[in-house]
Every structure is written in C-alpha cells, then in structure tokens.
Design a protein around this ligand. Sequence first.
Ligand SMILES: NC(=O)c1ccc[n+]([C@@H]2O[C@H](COP(=O)([O-])OP(=O)(O)OC[C@H]3O[C@@H](n4cnc5c(N)ncnc54)[C@H](OP(=O)(O)O)[C@@H]3O)[C@@H](O)[C@H]2O)c1
Length: 345
Amino acid sequence: MSAGDKKRTACVTGGDGYIASALVKMLLEKGYAVKTTVRSLDDLEMISHLKDLQALGPLTVLRADLDVEGSFDDAVAGCDYAFLVAAPVNLHSKNPEEELIEPAVRGTLNVMASCVKAGTVKRVILTSSACAVSGRPLLGDGHVLDEDSWSDVDYLTANKSCPWGYPVSKVLLEKEASRFAEEHGISLVTVCPAVTVGAAPARKVHTSVPACLSLLSGDEAAIGVLKGVEAASGAVPLVHVDDLCRAKVLVAEEAAAAGRYICCGLDATIVGIARFLADKYLRYSVNSELSGELLEKPRVYLSSAKLVREGFEFRYNTLDEIYHDMVDYGKALGILPTDHDICFA
Ligand SMILES: NC(=O)c1ccc[n+]([C@@H]2O[C@H](COP(=O)([O-])OP(=O)(O)OC[C@H]3O[C@@H](n4cnc5c(N)ncnc54)[C@H](OP(=O)(O)O)[C@@H]3O)[C@@H](O)[C@H]2O)c1
C-alpha cells in the first residue's frame, strides 16, 4: 500500500461473539482497518480477545445495541463494508416473537439505516443461517436444497417445535433487509452458514461449539441442541469458522456477488459424528447412548454450489478437517476436560 492509500475499512457487529471474533481477526490479517461493536464495554472478560487482536492492526471497539435506533451510526461511519453478524441467538426463548423475531428484524434494519446515513458503505454482508433454508416440510430422503429454498414461516409457527423462533427470525430479517436494500439502493449479500465450528478468538461461546462438542462433553442440554438441529434440518450441516469467514470476505469483495449464499462444508449426522469422535478421541468417552430418532445418513443436503461458482474453495470438507482444532478449543474454553484432568480424575 502506498503512503497515500487509505486502508479498506470494515465494520463487524457483535465483536464479542464467536463468529464475529474470527471475522475481525481475518479482516485485520488481510490489512483492513476494523471497527467492531459490543453491547457492553464493561465486561472486560467478554472483550479481552478484542484487546489482544488490536496487536494485529487498527481495531476500534465501540458500544452499540441492536435495540437502539442510530446506535450503529458511529460504527459504520466511513466504512467500505458492513458485516452484520450480531443477532439475538437465544434458541430456548420462551417468547420468541418478542425476544428473537422482532428484535432481530428491527436490529438488522437499524444497522442498515446507519449504513444509509454513512453513505460510504459499498456492501452490507448479512448473516442469516442455513436454518432459513431447510425448515420446511420435506417428505422422503435425498433432498438437495439451494438458495431458492426458504424455510416455511407458517409451517414453523404452526408446529412451534423448538427452536422455531430462530429460523423464523432469520427468514423475516432476510426478507426485510432485502426490501430495505432495494428501497435505499444498498448492495446487500446474505450468507446462510451451516452450524459453525472450529477455533476462534472468542473465549466464551454459547451455541454451536458446545453443541458440536456435546458428544465428548456429555452436556445433555447441548446434545439436545444438536438433536434439534438434525430433526429440524434433516442433517447436521457443518462449516468451519475459517471457511465461513473467508466466504464472507469473498462475497464482500467480489463486485458481482448478489443475493443469498449457503455456506456448508459437510452434511453430517449425529450418528456419523459420534462414530468419528469415538474412533479419533480415544481418551474421551463418547456418549453412545443416544436416544430418539437419529439419522443414519442425511435426508437433506445443502448446496454451496453458488458460492463455489463465485470462486470459493472450501478448505474443510470432512469431519476430520472440520473438527481438527475443536478439541483443543473446547479444552481452552473449559467445555472439555484437559488430558491432565482426565489423568487425575
Ligand atoms: N454459530 C452458528 O453455528 C451459526 C450458524 C448460522 C448462523 N449464525 C449466525 O451468526 C451470527 C453470530 O452467531 P454466533 O454463533 O457467533 O453467536 P454469539 O457468539 O452468541 O454472538 C451473537 C452476538 O450478537 C450480539 N447481540 C445479540 N443481541 C444483541 C443486541 N440486542 N444488540 C447488540 N448485539 C447483540 C451478542 O452480544 P452479547 O454478547 O452482548 O449478547 C453477540 O455479540 C448470528 O447472527 C447467528 O444467528 C450462527
């Protein structure tokens, strides 16, 4: 970069979160100046990884709340790209309309309105979910779903099988974001990630990492989350967080990118994951007494062909590759016992 060149600047919302922490790191490593937001600057433990990431490049941490109009004005001001990652992710909410769906839609539009005000944002990259693709009645096996597939809001709302509010929130926020983008001339791309795993800078994680380590940790509530995913999606679709972040950066930078992009490295099943973990991690006792109806093979496959046509190459396509850094990350987070704990138990 010559002396007169300005660094490209990106805003990443929710920098204390799992996926956002990995994206902030990747953008800094790629030479971006990054602005990230957190709800509270007081919880020093939640943001300690962001302090560490400041060693990699220019990283500003600002306070912003999805529930407060105009809260993201400073965060997106002057940015070339806005990565909307923060969202309510409370899968066990008792009142999904008020706690998940409405705040998710309102919060997305709040950040997008800040992008309009900023006038510098070339592209908004919205984080949806694979659950906004596959939550619909599908009879039989072998379905291959692409970006034309939408989870069925009426079906999910009528069935109310947990966690119905989360996929509904993602479908509705995608649709509202798309309407808003068209109305205000914003370039919007949406990424629909599969269940995301792999090591990231965040030191506290809530959903996908504990769920995917649950067969090793024995955490029944987290096993329940994994079973919920398989029952609702017809598979356990997985993606490594490094692949997901590279995909997000690619669809931000690629001028021709448009619309939705599914990002899924592998369609797995709980039974397949359990067999893999039992073979590979002999020191841990893999929970093999899994009750309930489990799939021997995926009923549903998510196609990332559109992303691949854009020039993307997945680096992690097998369970071995996808899980390669998960056990160490699980130990560092305290989700899994260390070898020392096991020896002296
Ligand atoms: N992990 C997955 O497998 C997966 C898969 C598909 C899609 N996604 C999507 O990816 C995004 C990040 O997920 P994640 O797994 O990284 O979850 P996470 O670690 O729980 O991060 C969620 C982030 O959203 C923030 N947030 C929630 N409500 C907010 C509000 N009202 N105002 C400001 N910030 C708020 C949280 O802040 P606090 O820390 O203050 O709560 C946190 O920073 C979400 O949009 C999620 O739906 C995740």
